[in-house]
Design a protein around this ligand. Structure first.
Ligand SMILES: [Zn+2]
Length: 259
């Protein structure tokens, strides 16, 4: 009899210990989503290199990135993955309990995204998206395949397509555009075993052919360099982004998040 009671006690104890942990883990990976009453809009921040190179508008110094990530963290921003951004836009839902959402994107795939940005993203628990020029992977100054795989494993970074060769798409004919979009998609599948649904137009240049082809090739969303918050009304293949430039004040940075 005593034996049976202690067994029941042990089972209850085990449930009590394990249950909160599993709920916690589920919460962390899959937020609950809530329908919004107004059409949703949120900022998609655009970074490139994270390095101290005065005069280069594409390089945000690491200490400035840190201030900005700390701001997002301290102000309760939920950082979206590309799949979550798609869900938010197409279903008009936000993660429950989060009024503020942001998608943090880095273009081109610079190696300093690994050496300088990644430690800060980890420190402030910010999810980010890196758009790779697939033919440039492993070339000097760019992310290596090993670094990409390491980041991919972390689950905090999602890699998306920035085409094969970073050509301005509006200058290419239809067949050339298709090849740029398809070759990159194939690279992701073969090299990273990752189906990428997100496209970032090189230099923000594109035309009507690009948006049609992006859909045909199998991308679900595409990002431009048009300033402003992203909304569904822009069209899923013409989403706006907010450019973060070096030496921005924190006030200027915070205003990118709201208008
Ligand atoms: Zn680019």
């Amino acid at each position: 009899m005593l034996k049976r009671y202690s067994l029941v006690f042990l089972v209850i104890l085990a449930i009590m210990i394990l249950l909160p942990q599993t709920t916690l883990a589920a919460k962390k990976t899959a937020p609950k989503w809530q329908k919004a009453t107004e059409p949703l809009s949120f900022p998609i921040l655009m970074y490139h290199s994270i390095e101290n190179k005065p005069g280069n508008r594409l390089c945000v110094p690491p200490e400035q990135l840190e201030q900005q990530l700390k701001y997002l963290h301290d102000n309760g921003y939920y950082t979206l993955t590309p799949a979550e951004a798609y869900k938010a836009l197409t279903e008009n839902k936000r993660p429950r309990g989060h009024k503020k959402m942001v998608l943090v994107s880095f273009d081109d795939g610079y190696e300093d995204n690994y050496t300088n940005a990644w430690p800060l993203l980890k420190k402030y628990q910010i999810r980010a998206t890196i758009a790779l020029i697939t033919s440039k992977v492993g070339t000097p100054g760019m992310l290596t395949l090993e670094q990409i795989k390491h980041l991919q494993k972390s689950k905090w970074i999602t890699f998306v397509s920035h085409t094969q060769n970073h050509q301005e798409l509006n200058r290419l004919n239809e067949a050339e555009q298709q090849s740029e979009l398809q070759a990159s998609k194939d690279w992701f599948k073969q090299t990273l075993q990752h189906k990428t649904d997100f496209l970032v137009y090189p230099v923000g240049r594109y035309n009507e052919i690009s948006t049609t082809l992006a859909q045909k090739v199998g991308y679900k969303l595409a990002l431009t360099t048009q300033p402003g918050l992203a909304t569904k009304a822009q069209g899923l293949y013409e989403l706006h982004r907010q450019r973060v430039v070096p030496d921005m004040s924190l006030e200027a940075f915070s205003s990118l998040l709201t208008k």
